[in-house]
Ligand binder design. Structure first.
Ligand SMILES: NC(=O)c1ccc[n+]([C@@H]2O[C@H](COP(=O)([O-])OP(=O)(O)OC[C@H]3O[C@@H](n4cnc5c(N)ncnc54)[C@H](OP(=O)(O)O)[C@@H]3O)[C@@H](O)[C@H]2O)c1
Ligand SMILES: [Zn+2]
Length: 342
């Protein structure tokens, strides 16, 4: 099969097109012929190298995959060749206390396609059969691939962790990110009022068209602007994934009793926390990573019904993966960048 591989870590130039043997599904696994694979910032982290990860090489990136079942391993039930599927990007042991309690993203063996095992920058990927979900047929493959990881993440952040309520105000940083466009739509679905930020007016216009009530350029006067919009009160919930540069603002933008839910640190993880504001304002800080597998079925229902929409920035052919990475790195995208396989 054709695959974009990593044999070393570094810039986009370490991504190479190679011919590899087609993978064979083992017991409990299926092989999926990949039609589309969306990029995530995670791909950039893995490509650059993460200290806690040891890979086999060649390694294949790509967590968000749409395709067709094309090979069934032993003992698999409920899947057959030709099924159109999207893949849950989370992998877990399936038999520990957390997995059996519907909290598989707390499993000690939790991993992600394209981070802990080969992902979808290839013509074929092999995954456990429990990672299959029916593809939403109303959408083209590039949109089918553009929602699982980020909508699962944003759903856990807002619905499970922050327990968002109708009428609450939510500040969403970098709304044009994959997590941001998902959070904006989920916040709207739950009846919240959204204040969204981005680094360009073009992204803010896209956010308003998607339903953001207020939009603000990211920058130094963010807290003042949020206070103006909320009549000095501050917001109930902050969706944090930008990290060090925005973290002090996220704390100051909160109303008393506000919740900050964080899943990432694109600008750096060594953020400054002034504890006085945390205890005087009685803030809650919630960490969040991915979400339980089952939640993706709920999200899929909303996507199929058109209540949540994958937002596509642009597509590239698989062969242009390095160019797609450069585009994600330059921060000009709004929504998802997707590799298409012919
Ligand atoms: N823990 C989890 O389960 C989980 C899941 C998904 C994502 N994440 C994390 O959440 C973050 C967002 O992921 P994503 O895939 O949605 O990101 P993305 O689509 O690549 O978007 C990231 C956006 O963040 C903004 N940004 C602000 N400061 C930045 C900086 N110093 N460097 C780069 N971007 C910066 C940029 O928008 P502007 O130019 O408009 O500011 C950029 O476009 C990442 O840190 C990712 O690792 C975590
Ligand atoms: Zn487990």
């Amino acid at each position: 099969m054709k695959a974009i591989t990593l044999r070393q870590h570094g810039g986009p130039e370490v991504l190479h097109l190679e011919d590899l043997p087609d993978p064979t599904p083992g017991p409990g696994e299926v092989r999926v012929r990949v039609k589309a694979c969306a990029l995530n910032r995670l791909d950039l982290w893995v490509r650059g190298g993460l200290p806690h990860l040891r890979h086999h090489y060649p390694f294949i990136l790509g967590a968000d995959i749409a395709g067709t079942v094309d090979g069934i391993g032993g003992g698999v039930r409920g899947a057959k060749d030709g099924d159109e599927v999207v893949l849950n990007p989370g992998i877990s042991c399936g038999h520990c206390r957390e997995c059996l309690s519907g909290r598989d993203n707390l499993c000690r063996d939790y991993g992600i396609l394209g981070e802990h095992r080969d992902g979808g920058y290839a013509q074929y990927v092999v995954v456990p059969s429990q990672n299959l979900l029916p593809a939403p047929k109303t959408l083209p493959p590039e949109e089918q691939a553009a929602f699982p990881l980020t909508f699962l993440t944003a759903w856990q952040m807002l619905v499970r962790k922050a327990a968002i309520q109708p009428g609450e105000t939510v500040l969403i940083h970098a709304v044009g990110s994959g997590v941001g466009v998902a959070a904006l739509q989920i916040a709207r679905l739950f009846g919240a009022e959204v204040i969204a930020t981005a680094s360009s007016d073009a992204k803010l216009a896209r956010a308003r068209a998607l339903g953001a009530h207020h939009t603000l350029r990211a920058g130094e006067d963010l807290v003042d602007q949020v206070k103006k919009i909320t009549h000095k009160r501050g917001v109930d919930v902050v969706v944090e994934h930008t990290g060090a540069t925005t973290w002090p603002q996220s704390i100051l933008a909160c109303a008393r009793g506000g919740r900050i839910v964080t899943c990432g640190a694109s600008s750096g993880f060594d953020a400054h926390t002034d504890l006085r504001h945390v205890f005087f304002r009685q803030l809650t800080i919630l960490g969040s990573t991915m979400g339980p597998k089952g939640d993706l079925f709920t999200i899929l229902d909303h996507v199929a019904a058109g209540r949540l929409r994958p937002i596509l920035d642009r597509t590239y052919p698989l062969e242009a993966a390095a160019e797609a990475h450069r585009h994600l790195e330059d921060r000009s995208q709004f929504g998802k960048i997707v590799l298409l396989l012919s």
